[in-house]
Ligand binder design. Sequence first.
Ligand code: ATP
Length: 551
Amino acid sequence: MAEPKTNESMEKIVSLCKRRGFIFQSSEIYGGINGFWDYGPLGAELKRNVKELWWNTMTREREDVAGLEATIIMSPAIWKASGHVDTFSDPMCDCRKCKKRFRADQLCEDQGLALTKDANGKFIFPAGTKCTNCESTDLTEPRPFNLMFKTYVGPVESEDNVAYLRPETAQAIFAQFKNVMETARQKVPFGIGQIGKAFRNEVTPRNYTFRSREFEQMELEFFIKPDEAVEAIHGSVVTVPETGHPGEPQPNWGWQAWHQYWVEERVRFYEGIGLARATLGFHRQTAEELAHYARACVDILFKFPFSKRDENGNVKGDELEGVAARSDFDLSQHARFSGKPMGVFDDELRQAWGKLPKEKQDDLWRRYYENRKRYLTKSGVEAEAAGKQATDDANGLAKGQYIPHVIEPSAGVDRLILALITNAYTETVKTDDKGKSETIYTMKFHPRVAPIKVGVLPLLKNKPELVAKAVAVRDLLRPWMNVYYDDGGSIGKRYARQDEAGTPFCVTIDFDTLGEKPELLDTVTLRYRDDGKQERLKISELRDWLLARIR
Ligand code: ATP
């Protein structure tokens, strides 16, 4: 399925999602609320599966990652330190004629233009920018709009009690870095993963759930040694090609190798749940796009039906996940703002440093000093103080101390669900003997994410022996997977219902199961969703057969 679906299919997908209970508009009976979505019975299962797979892959199945579940509301000081209070904003503008509000960068993009900044960092519209609703060019100047939702903690609505709903889960990981490292008995390199809600007051939510105001993130912060420490310990820092998986992590990897490793690990994850590489795209941020502290950022894109085509007709895709190499910015900010040390002590580094020739020590000391000074001055620390602090930091390095750097793979659950849904959506037109055509919808989810793993269907519902056997099969499988028992309507109808729900397998309990053909006693008909093929399977083997395919 390399060819992305068209925007036209988006409407049908939205309609199927509602009809089958994947996604509903939040507060629908009151007319809905823009940018908020509810997951129905099938959507809730799909989402759970995705989060559990991420959690297992990223934490439980690794020695070097621990989990965290932090609060949504945290000390507002966290958002000051992270920069969100001052800079987490999008440019917004209004059309003076029709009064419609836009995100200024998107408004330009929709017209093939780019919003630019003047010498003072103020946004300016390129010539010819107009309202996409009424074509007027009478637009207000783009002004920054902070995306954080504000609230008050306690009964008094005063400035002192302001708090924010977190706009990302990552900051809690940085704030709890020391606690997690100590309690999980981890040493750098290691990571902390978290799944949870995030809130952004997006100016213009759009493209269904793609840009919502309440959504969930799955984030990993993977802490690594600064390159100067790796070089001191191992003599040099290994870099890897910017394409392909670099293999098992090595002690002499620097940030570049770890970054490439995580990009490829994440792609493997997507492939493992049914998003073929051809459905994905990549965007390596340019120097202009990168935040001042970031070394690199690769966005992993998915080719959604609404993704735009470039001048050659190719679909690039829209962001599913960003994998960023963020240097030591985050922990450094929290160290400065909280006054609590965020550095670690590395005895291997201390010992290695003592054995280095003086020249090498001086070279590494100077490079570390320069990096720290650059960070400090860019973050607003006055030059003299920055120089002094950087000297202390570089002296610390020589004693085995440093602030870890971080690689951050940050994914959105809801965007992934939307990618899985659009990827799974398949239409086929079937024409019967009388020439009557009907469109059949099949959700071809990978069995690992499918909301229902198996449909259990008694051939007839008015035969107690068939029903009893089918109930027994359902109860046998239930502790292990999500089973759907269905005895309503013709068997063809029931298969079709499961196809639409994306159930990869159905088992039918028929008279042969009861021993009409003695050699078939206690076997069931197993039907595959994607090609309708059927085979016989022993009930005693069913559970393991299914488990091998859904895990
Ligand atoms: P975008 O540029 O699309 O706004 P972003 O670069 O601001 O995204 P990040 O801050 O890197 O996004 O957040 C990490 C991930 O969280 C994104 O890759 C995306 O999957 C998810 N995400 C961010 N904003 C939203 C949103 N408004 N609705 C749904 N998911 C979101």
